[in-house]
Design a protein around this ligand. Sequence first.
Ligand SMILES: Cc1cc2nc3c(=O)[nH]c(=O)nc-3n(C[C@H](O)[C@H](O)[C@H](O)COP(=O)(O)OP(=O)(O)OC[C@H]3O[C@@H](n4cnc5c(N)ncnc54)[C@H](O)[C@@H]3O)c2cc1C
Length: 514
Amino acid sequence: MADYDSIVIGAGISGLICANYLAKYGRKVLLLEQSYHAGGNMSGFKRKGFYFDGGDQSFESLGLVFPLLEDLGVYDKQEWLKVRYRMVSKDFDFFIDSFDEVESSLIESFPQEARGIRQIFAEVRTVSRFLSQNYDPRSFPLVHDFSPGKLLGNAKWLPKLRNWLTYSYREKVCSVIQDPGLRNWFTRIGYYKMPYLFFSGFWHIWAHDYWYPVGGMQAFLDRLVDTFKAAGGTVKFRTSVESVLIKDGKARGVETGTGEQFTSSAVVYAGDYKRFVGGIVPESCFKPKFVRTVRSSRLTEALVSVYLGVDYTPEELEAQLKGGHHVFYFPNYEAIFPDQDSPRDIHKNMWTVINFFGIDNAKLTAPEGKSGIVLQTYSSHSWENYWHNTHESLPRTAAYKRLKKEVGYQLVETAKAILPDLDQRIEYFDCGSPLSLIRFSRNFAGASGGWCYHDKVSPVYRNKKLNMLRTPVESLYTCGHYALWPGGVISAALSGRLAANLAAGKKLLTPLGS
Ligand SMILES: Cc1cc2nc3c(=O)[nH]c(=O)nc-3n(C[C@H](O)[C@H](O)[C@H](O)COP(=O)(O)OP(=O)(O)OC[C@H]3O[C@@H](n4cnc5c(N)ncnc54)[C@H](O)[C@@H]3O)c2cc1C
């Protein structure tokens, strides 16, 4: 007799959804998490009376996340804020509330580019129509409706999708802009060489489908832990899994860092994939070509985050940010992706986003009359010789701490374009590097959203499978932002349910509610 029916390794959003579904299906489930709390890339923390979201600041539903949360009974227990994006540079300052607004604001700033801007947004609107038809935030048509009518209705998009899934098509669409700076901005904004579908898709979700759980991401994730426990599940925090126990080609359980063993009939791994292949599971279980592909595949960018407790009242901050929840400031149109060769002052020249989720949220997450904000931009784990830390484990070197402070204040300087006296209002300061991301989520190199989105470089693209839920080991499954194309919260959440279906012996696409 095994100790459990299923063991889930990792309590990020994917592991939480997976564990919840397995418990809902009546399985005896153990959820193991190396950190002191749940959430991985979405987790948050409290310091000096301020709450901060550590990594991810908000997310899209795309007809996937909310229906899953509804099905688990968590959606209605949470207040959701529809977040507003604001983009600012020396030339423009606009909200992404509608494409009309964005288009007219950009045309006002770049009148000579009016034709090109209209062309770009005409195509963005087409993608937006496609996404609205198939990925309404609250309904889940892709799983509910496999009727011939629905499938035929979608067939018309296939020729377009072939183009939309490439970066080269994005370059082509954006080449209608003559101004080199603006063309560069349109071509590169987002993740590294993001295909056209994501470029347009981002404009769609920025306008219509980005959400924040009021009270903080951590409280929302803790709710998922509570639901799991209420359904009979067991969670162990501060428990790192070092290996999956495999006998006769079948997963039989796990062994933790302290040598403790738990047996089970199925195991779902919901953590970093590079550490999975040849780490948690011996390399010999995989085909050599697959191992090489996984090792060489590029990941999504890591970020640097600055956590600030400030003595602006929530009302004051709301007024200064004009009601924007993610306010991006672009000091230039370079859209840089830092790497090991980037100069020492690279973060000085980067865009910076100020994250602040409104008065109601601030009243729940900061001392009275104060506010917490998070500044972020892209960074790189390999930059400045791994941030002057030769290893990932604690304690950190003094040089690392100095560098983190220096970089953090560079972001503060950039944010002063929006909040001119920000440096005078700081009561609490901390900075999280890609190494911090690794620490709280174990994502290799601090990857934020899984594999790189470029159409040529990630294993899921190369294998043309679009998912890695199954593994060569019987009864061993994976979920998370690496396991299902394209990555991010939607893939992580959906893959959690799909892996639960497989581990429970159900059909992969079992409709919701059954
Ligand atoms: C700054 C930032 C901004 C982002 N913005 C967005 C956004 O706007 N939209 C969006 O869709 N996505 C965004 N993302 C990405 C999104 O947060 C992630 O894709 C998603 O949270 C991944 O969930 P996951 O469950 O797959 O993995 P993770 O969150 O990485 O969770 C994995 C968990 O497994 C645990 N674990 C790993 N190995 C072990 C082990 N051996 N033993 C025990 N536990 C283990 C880790 O500690 C972690 O808790 C962002 C991420 C960051 C960092």
